[in-house]
Design a protein around this ligand. Structure first.
Ligand code: FE
Length: 135
């Protein structure tokens, strides 16, 4: 694994992030289903990492999975995210991380719609939507 492009100390992360963002991104937490700010969002734009600002997902790839978390069929680019096996909580899941800062984003499952068949199940708190209406 290559070194992260953004490396901050724990103290710096605590300062930069809100407590909710810190719990997800740095402590691999999960927000409760249907509580995140972007679950039902359909605005066009780009979802950036709440930790480092890197573009991670596009609104075009977002779909309503009914899971209670923002769901995407694919990341913006293959390089934007990393996956690794997560065997916590007695399950074998693929964890999704921001490739730039190593922040925990969520998990990816194989029950997404075709053609990718992937469901990137991502915490709202790990994302920052840059709505196209902003500019
Ligand atoms: Fe990041």
């Amino acid at each position: 694994m290559e070194p992260r492009k953004l490396e901050l100390s724990d103290k710096e992360w605590r300062k930069k992030l809100t407590p909710a963002q810190y719990a997800i991104l740095r402590e691999r937490g999960t927000e409760r289903a249907f509580t995140g700010g972007y679950v039902d969002t359909k605005l066009p734009g780009v979802y950036r990492c709440a930790g480092c600002g890197t573009e991670l997902f596009r609104s075009d790839a977002k779909y309503d999975s009914g899971s209670g978390w923002p769901s995407f069929v694919e990341p913006s680019t293959l390089e934007a995210v990393e996956t690794r096996l997560d065997q916590s909580h007695g399950m074998a899941r693929m964890e999704v991380l921001c490739a730039t800062c190593g922040g925990h984003l969520g998990h990816v499952f194989d029950d997404g719609p075709k053609p990718s068949g992937k469901r990137f199940c991502i915490n709202s708190c790990a994302l920052d939507l840059e709505s196209r209406d902003d500019d």
